[in-house]
Design a protein around this ligand. Structure first.
Ligand code: SAM
Length: 305
C-alpha cells in the first residue's frame, strides 16, 4: 500500500486503546502497524508483550492528553472499553459506572483530532445506552460516516457464540462490510488432545448439582453444539460465564485457555505464557475478542489489506 493518511510511507498506523491481550493486534494484516497499545492491566500487557513487539504503555486512557494522542498520528483508533457498565452483571449502570470514564474522556479528543477511522467494540447492551448516544452524537456531528454491526462467530461457521456490537466510523467512505463465512468445523477440532486434569469439575468442591439446570453443557458428539460466550467470570461463576464439556458419563470439564484461544480464532503462533494461572488466563481471554469479528469490522477500512 502507499502512504498512509498522515503522509508517511508504508503502514496504516493503529492506536490500540484498552488493548488487553491484543485481540485487535492479532487480527491486523501485515500492512498495519500498532503505534501504541495502552491498558491499565499489567498482567494483560505482559501477555500482549509476550506475543507482539509493539510499544505498550501501562496507564489510564483518561491520563493521555490531546497533544499526546495527536502525536501518535494514528490512522485507526481501536477501542474496546470495559463492557460491565452495559451488562446485567454490571447492572447497566452506563455512564454512572466509573468504568465508562475512559471512553467518555476520548470523545472530545476524537472531535478535535478527527482520526481517519475509529472503531468501538462492545457488548450488544452498549446499543441505546447514554454512552453510545454521546459517542454517536459526537461522530455524527464531526462528519464521520458511521456503520454499526452486530457480529457473532457463531454465524461464521465457528462453534462459539460471542455477539458484539462494532461501531465503525470513517472520515471518508467506508468499504462495505465483508464477513468471511468458513466451512463449519466440529467442536472436536478445537479441543486439546490431552486435556489438563485440573479442568475436571469436582462435584465435592463445587455445587454443580444445584446449578446443573442453568449451566451451559456442550457435547462433543453433537455436531450442532455451540459453546456459549466465555466471559471474564469463567472459572469463578458456574452460570452465564461460558460452556462446560460433557466428558465420561456425568462428568463435566471446563475449556482450557488454549481451547478458548482456538475458539476465538487467535493465530496458531499466539500463546498464553506457560505458568500463568488458569484463573488469570480465563479472565484475560473472557475480556478479549473473536478474531473473525475484528477482521470483519476492519474490512470496512479502505486500504487495509
Ligand atoms: C473489554 S477489555 C478489552 C480487551 C482487549 N480488546 C483484548 O483483546 O484483550 C477492556 C480493557 O480495558 C482496560 N481498561 C479498563 N479501564 C481502563 C482505563 N481507564 N484505562 C486504560 N485501560 C483500561 C482493562 O484492563 C481491559 O483490559
Amino acid at each position: 500500500m502507499g502512504p498512509n493518511l498522515w503522509g508517511e510511507p508504508k503502514y496504516m498506523r493503529v492506536l490500540e486503546l484498552f488493548c488487553g491481550i491484543g485481540g485487535c493486534a492479532a487480527a491486523l494484516p501485515e500492512s498495519a502497524e500498532v503505534v501504541a497499545a495502552i491498558d491499565i492491566n499489567r498482567g494483560a500487557l505482559a501477555v500482549y508483550s509476550s506475543n507482539f513487539s509493539h510499544p505498550v504503555d501501562v496507564r489510564t486512557i483518561e491520563s493521555i492528553d490531546v497533544p499526546e494522542l495527536r502525536n501518535y498520528k494514528a490512522d485507526i483508533w481501536w477501542m474496546s472499553p470495559p463492557c460491565q457498565p452495559f451488562t446485567r452483571r454490571g447492572r447497566y449502570r452506563d455512564d454512572r459506572d466509573p468504568r465508562t470514564r475512559a471512553i467518555l474522556a476520548l470523545l472530545d479528543p476524537i472531535k478535535r483530532i478527527k482520526p481517519p477511522y475509529v472503531i468501538v467494540e462492545n457488548v450488544p447492551g452498549f446499543s441505546g445506552s447514554r454512552t453510545h448516544g454521546l459517542l454517536r452524537g459526537m461522530l455524527d456531528k464531526a462528519g464521520y460516516e458511521v456503520e454499526e454491526h452486530y457480529l457473532n462467530p457463531a454465524e461464521m461457521g465457528i462453534p462459539n457464540y460471542r455477539e458484539r456490537l462494532f461501531v465503525v466510523a470513517g472520515r471518508d467512505k467506508l468499504n462495505p462490510l465483508k464477513v468471511k463465512r468458513r466451512r463449519a468445523k466440529p467442536l472436536s477440532s478445537y479441543l486439546d488432545q490431552d486435556p489438563d486434569p485440573r479442568l475436571i469439575v469436582n462435584p465435592e468442591e463445587e455445587d454443580i448439582e444445584k446449578y446443573r439446570h442453568a449451566i451451559d453443557i456442550v457435547d462433543v458428539d453433537d455436531p450442532k453444539d455451540i459453546t456459549a460466550c466465555f466471559t471474564a467470570a469463567y472459572g469463578r461463576s458456574l452460570v452465564r460465564s461460558g460452556s462446560y464439556l460433557k466428558v465420561d458419563g456425568d462428568q463435566l470439564r471446563r475449556f482450557s485457555p488454549t481451547e478458548i484461544l482456538r475458539l476465538l480464532h487467535f493465530p496458531k503462533s499466539y500463546s498464553i505464557p506457560a505458568g500463568l494461572p488458569l484463573g488469570s488466563s480465563w479472565r484475560l481471554l473472557g475480556n478479549s475478542l473473536s478474531i473473525p469479528s475484528v477482521e470483519a469490522a476492519l474490512s470496512q477500512i479502505p486500504d487495509l489489506e
